[in-house]
Design a protein around this ligand. Structure first.
Ligand code: 4AD
Length: 457
């Protein structure tokens, strides 16, 4: 169907006075004695296009319904009411798809909770139009960041035999149903599709390291799956994960890359999505644009885990979880550190080795690892990062302390055997950074079909 995108109508490339064909869904309509007005949106911009209908010329009116889809042929004119804007004087309006009056998206703003029950329709609202436009721009600019810096984009396997994070949150992949004849888990696994136990990847890091040991600098951008039963606004069972891995890089080097990436993302959104940001600033998080501008113009903070625990212990706060050296930094602690103490994104570095993964480089103190989490106000952790243990003996020792099955990690250990190098990497949660740049406060509202414990939509 030949037609002009509404975004091009507003961009000024189509001359005033031209005859155009536009398509879209009816977002509002008004009727009077001689005239009728439709506002349509085709999804190519947040803006609605006004269609002016002379009822003496156009007799049909079956398109005067919220949600129906139309094709309009008419003349592009300057708006009489909105100075500097344009509208269409209709010559013909064709109803493409009717929409009955029980259409769930009525003029009144619906709650986010209600919209989550209609994921197939909520994408037609202004909020989701803005969210997914930003999501698309951010996805593209992440590729651009790495591509322009000579990183190789690799796709790591989604079905794997190893649990990278070792947290036991792996979804099983199986073709075998319940089979009481198998005497043991091992026997059951042997009879399964792969002849061994398999699951959905929680992270592409381990295979990413394989690629980095050949191509120097790589990144992955794909889905990760975690069977965490945590019903929080920032956890999803299926999320998109960006994982760069860099050879010959130590912790300070990778921290610099992570900060540059976050600033690149924010700068791109500020430049390419001004209308969407203005929308979020007005309806979702007041002061969002100011916050983002502020973040890109200041250096992120760096604080040692041990110092962070000291700050938390001295805080005049009634934390549910008492801060203690050796314990995880909880959401309430992250909030206090980023929102009340530092008031900006911070890298917390050098965590106790016992609470972190086996692959992290052990610091000379014997107690901590060269790892960092990037915490941001409002969202908390958006990046998990570390220098990798590249000494074969130390890696084996960390695996043995955790009773890990070494034979499953042969290839990973071999990387330390054949030309090992210092290397580092991180994982950025795509939905977490989207929450940060849009101000949306629930991960379920920045992903098309959120997957969380308790049901599939
Ligand atoms: O800190 P995590 O677990 O680190 C890793 O997976 C490393 N293998 C990354 C690496 O070094 N290559 O996860 C990294 C990030 C988190 O900071 C968070 O942003 C996101 O992934 N993330 C989740 N996002 C949404 N829902 C979940 N359940 C998430 N779990 C982690």
């Amino acid at each position: 169907m030949k037609h002009t995108d509404v975004v091009d109508i507003f961009s000024g490339v189509t001359p005033i006075g031209s005859e155009v064909t536009v398509c879209g869904w009816v977002r509002t309509f008004r009727d009077s004695k001689n005239m009728a007005f439709l506002e349509i949106n085709d999804g190519t911009t947040l803006k609605h296009l006004q269609i002016v209908i002379d009822k003496n010329e156009i007799k049909n009116d079956e398109f005067m319904r919220l949600g129906c889809s139309v094709k309009v042929v008419g003349t592009l004119v300057e708006s009489l009411v909105m100075k500097g804007s344009v509208e269409i004087n209709a010559k013909e309006v064709v109803l493409l798809g009717d929409c009955p009056t029980d259409y769930p998206l009525q003029k009144k703003r619906s709650t986010m909770e209600f919209l989550r029950t209609i994921p197939h329709l909520r994408v037609r609202t202004n909020t989701f139009n803005a969210v997914f436009r930003v999501r698309s721009v951010v996805g593209a600019c992440i590729h651009e960041f790495f591509q322009s810096r000579h990183y190789v984009y690799v796709n790591t396997p989604i079905i794997t035999g190893s649990d990278c994070e070792g947290a036991g949150e792996v979804f099983k992949v199986t073709t075998l149903g319940y089979a009481p004849q198998y005497k043991s888990q091992e026997e059951y696994d042997k009879n399964d599709f792969f002849g061994q136990s398999a699951g959905l990847s929680v992270s592409g890091q381990l295979e990413g390291e394989v690629a980095a040991m050949a191509f120097g600098k790589i990144y992955t951008f794909g889905p990760s799956f975690r069977a965490e039963n945590s019903n929080t606004p920032r956890h999803a069972a299926e999320f998109w994960h960006i994982e760069p891995e860099v050879a010959f890089a130590e912790l300070p080097d990778i921290i610099e890359i992570a900060e540059d990436l976050i600033k690149h993302i924010i700068n791109t959104v500020l430049t390419k999505c001004p209308a969407e940001l203005a929308f979020f600033d007005k309806f979702v998080e007041h002061g969002l644009i100011e916050k983002l501008k502020n973040v890109v113009s200041h250096k992120f903070g760096v604080v040692d885990y041990t110092e962070a625990i000291e700050i938390l212990k001295k805080a005049d706060k009634d934390f549910v979880f008492k801060p203690e050296w050796g314990e995880d930094i909880q959401t309430e602690h992250e909030k206090y550190l980023t929102e009340e103490v530092f008031k900006k994104p911070i890298f917390v570095i050098n965590y106790p080795k016992a609470i972190k993964s086996f692959y992290m480089k052990q610091n000379p103190d014997g107690k901590t690892v060269a790892a960092t989490d990037l915490l941001v106000p409002g969202v908390g952790e958006i990046i998990g990062c570390s220098e990798r243990e590249w000494d074969e003996e130390k890696l084996l020792q960390a695996m043995r302390e955790r009773n890990m099955p070494e034979e499953q990690y042969d290839y990973y250990i071999a990387l330390r055997h054949f030309g090992s190098v210092p290397h580092s990497g991180f994982g950025l949660g795509f939905e977490r950074i989207l929450m940060y740049v849009t101000g949306m406060n629930n991960i379920r509202d920045v992903i098309l079909y959120p997957r969380t414990a308790g049901g599939l939509m």
